[in-house]
Design a protein around this ligand. Structure first.
Ligand SMILES: Cc1cc2nc3c(=O)[nH]c(=O)nc-3n(C[C@H](O)[C@H](O)[C@H](O)COP(=O)(O)O)c2cc1C
Length: 374
């Protein structure tokens, strides 16, 4: 199979060395939004991975926009300084050409929850919960806090927080800002007819519900330099009746393109509780393919993409322009090196590790027992 996965891709103002992205993954290991030693090892490891694009985890634009007490933030000078150290260390060991992005996020009605390994439920009174906000005063699920519906001043505050975090991301030297408008967090809850019950110009039909995220995307694009790319994570479907559909996602992607975004990453689910999601290999790829066809937008597929051949085929078939991997990278940080070997693509190894190149030895992860016979 020829390796299209390892061909370059133009992403707005610059090129990516290959079509592989590391998906944003919350580590719940920050201290009041500040990146920790855990992030240092994590992002340095990503930097050496060979992936063309690395998107740092959902990063809250305001303190109350964090999912949990452990979420990364970019709402204070201390946050910015901590991330500057992390990014400088990552860039120092990065494979040449690696591009770094940050996912800017606001958790909306899913904020103020425990870390997953502490239960993932809404914070209890003794756990220092905080007030949450959303488009409408509709709780995510029974038991969750009822959010305060954002009024005009609240919308202005959120918009200003996104723009200020974007300014910090520019100062930090990121290549990409990815707006998180998926998984039921603030921007996604504007899109969702289940969560958004507003009667002003930011609710109602699809045009109304997409208005705030699209205005925000356009304002962010105007705020950041032309040398940076703006992208967005979007919901391909919320998997519910009368909810957010793949057609809605296609139209929303068109709007993002008009607002100046360079790509969308098509995920799904998380918008409402209790829906059945047919998770399995490549289960969201058809959503990316639909969005790509409908919008003509550079599109990233994500979700249960595990093997090199599977990733390559998604690109070869034209279902997406790039793929994002999350759990496969946590499981095997050398995934890209091994994929290149399987697909016959030549990649740069860090010189310190050059002797692990499969042309110089038969790597254990690939070997069949007969390779080791005398
Ligand atoms: C530990 C973990 C943390 C995640 N955090 C984020 C996040 O910060 N932002 C986001 O958009 N998605 C997040 N996700 C979802 C992933 O980016 C990805 O879309 C999902 O895991 C499906 O991809 P996979 O099958 O390759 O794991 C997270 C997933 C995992 C496993």
């Amino acid at each position: 199979m020829s390796s299209v996965l390892f061909t370059p891709l133009s992403l707005g103002p610059f090129g990516l060395v290959n079509r592989i992205a590391i998906a944003p993954m919350c580590q719940y290991s920050a201290d009041d939004g500040c990146a920790s030693l855990w992030h240092l090892q994590q992002v340095m490891q990503y930097a050496m991975s060979g992936a063309g694009l690395i998107i740092l985890e959902a990063t809250a634009v305001e303190r109350h926009g964090r999912i949990s007490h452990g979420c990364l933030g970019l709402y204070s000078d201390a946050n910015e300084q901590a991330l500057a150290r992390t990014l400088a260390a990552a860039r120092a060991v990065a494979v040449p050409g690696t591009r770094f992005g940050i996912q800017l996020a606001h958790a909306g009605r899913k904020a103020s929850t425990q870390r997953p390994w502490q239960g993932g439920k809404w914070l209890q009174p003794h756990e220092d919960p905080w007030p949450i906000s959303a488009p409408s005063a509709v709780p995510f699920a029974p038991g969750y806090q009822t959010p305060e519906a954002l009024d005009d001043a609240g919308l202005a505050r959120v918009k200003a927080a996104f723009l200020q975090a974007a300014t910090r991301a520019v100062r930090l030297g990121f290549d990409v800002i990815e707006l998180h408008s998926a998984h039921g967090y603030l921007l996604d809850s504007f899109l969702s007819p289940h969560a958004n019950q507003r009667t002003d110009c930011y609710g109602g039909d699809r045009d109304g519900r997409t208005r705030f995220p699209l205005e925000l995307a356009a304002a962010m694009r105007a705020e950041i330099p032309a040398s940076m790319a703006l992208g967005a994570r979007i919901t391909g479907t919320d998997w519910s009746e009368n909810g957010w559909s793949q057609d809605d996602a296609g139209e929303y992607a068109k709007g993002l393109k008009a607002a100046g975004a360079a790509y969308v990453c098509v995920s799904s689910g998380g918008s409402i509780p209790g829906v059945s999601i047919p998770s399995g290999p490549g289960y969201q790829v058809h959503l990316a393919a639909h969005v790509k066809r409908a919008s003509g937008m550079t599109t990233r597929a994500v979700g249960h993409i595990v093997t090199a051949e599977q990733a390559n085929e998604i690109i070869a078939k034209g279902d997406a322009d790039m793929v994002a991997l999350a759990r496969a990278i946590l499981d095997n940080p050398r995934w890209v090196w091994h994929a290149a070997d399987r697909l016959g693509a030549k990649i740069e190894y860090p010189p310190q590790y050059a002797r692990v190149a499969p042309s110089l030895w038969r790597a254990a992860h690939l070997a069949r027992p007969e390779d080791f016979k005398a």
